[in-house]
Design a protein around this ligand. Structure first.
Ligand code: OMP
Length: 273
């Protein structure tokens, strides 16, 4: 199944735009699950089972597992997610970007070793660095466009001599020449809804992954008004800490389920308004 079809199917079956970010943090997990020798795996599986009903996608964040020396738990968590919840999109957030010959290895890592349906990429080395990823026709890639962090304007907002900011140039490229294989999406932070509206105008059909809701204080209503399409989809609204650590204690999974459901319902209410 093509990446866009899989994404459409995950929106349709879940009736949700929620993407649950898996950003495990050992200190916080220990308060939830004090006694386990595979804490990232146990925590991830519990969160997945508790929130799957309310989510179209999960986004494991590579550095959180790598920095803790727990990449084997990233792999088993992704395997579990694919086996138990095959209709959910798995986005491996590793923000790679390198010369094409090396990028081919990163693509193999993300899609074949970890089995992700999609990855996040940094496109600022140029379109040739995306090609090894696009060659996996059933897989997808979300390219950073206008990121959620406070300093994202420093480079992404630079005005080009040809007119308009750099991030809009990236949006146009991703919608057109970079997207020959029809498997790209964009990343735009919920902390920049005005910019999201401009990106949506340049890339009306691209799926957009939107982090920044919850812990980063992004504006959900403005995000949906700026980026949702006529069908009420087109976006994956990510929340990581806001769901994972809704409660840091034995009731963490139930609290995460509640937080994911609340986000799903708030999205539905905004879309209906
Ligand atoms: P919370 O702020 O806890 O919801 O986490 C946001 C997640 O999205 C983190 O894993 C970030 O690495 C990721 N992210 C951003 O926060 N901002 C961006 O612009 C892009 C990403 C991303 O690519 O996922």
């Amino acid at each position: 199944m093509s990446f866009y079809k899989k994404l459409e199917a995950s929106w349709a079956s879940s009736k949700s735009l929620v993407c649950v970010g898996l950003d495990p943090d050992l200190q916080r997990i220990r308060k939830c699950l004090p006694e386990t020798d595979r804490p990232f795996e146990a925590f991830g599986m519990a969160i997945i089972d508790a929130t799957a009903e309310h989510a179209c996608a999960f986004k494991p964040q590579f550095a959180h597992y790598a920095a803790a020396g727990r990449l084997n738990e990233l792999k088993t968590t992704i395997d579990y997610l694919r086996d138990r919840h095959p209709d959910k999109l798995i986005i491996l957030d590793y923000k790679r970007g390198d010369i094409g010959s090396t990028a081919a290895y990163y693509a193999r890592e993300g899609y074949e070793v970890y089995g992700a349906d999609a990855v996040t990429l940094n496109p600022y080395m140029g379109g040739d660095t995306l090609e090894p990823f696009a060659a996996y026709e059933d897989k997808g890639a979300f390219v950073l466009c206008k990121t959620s962090n406070p300093g994202s304007d420093e480079l992404q907002g630079l005005e080009l001599a040809s007119g308009g900011p750099l991030y809009l140039h990236v949006a146009r490229r991703a919608a057109e020449s970079w997207n020959a294989c029809r498997n790209l999406g964009l990343v735009v932070g919920a902390t920049y809804p005005e910019e999201l509206a401009k990106v949506r105008a340049e890339a009306p059909d691209l799926p957009i992954l939107v982090p920044g809701i919850g812990a980063q204080g992004g504006d959900l209503a403005a995000t949906l008004a700026a980026g949702a399409n006529a069908q009420g989809t087109g976006l994956l609204i990510n929340s990581s800490r806001g769901i994972l650590y809704a409660e840091e204690g034995p009731g963490f999974a139930a609290a995460a389920a509640k937080a994911a459901e609340a986000l799903k319902l708030e999205i539905q209410a905004c879309l209906q308004a």
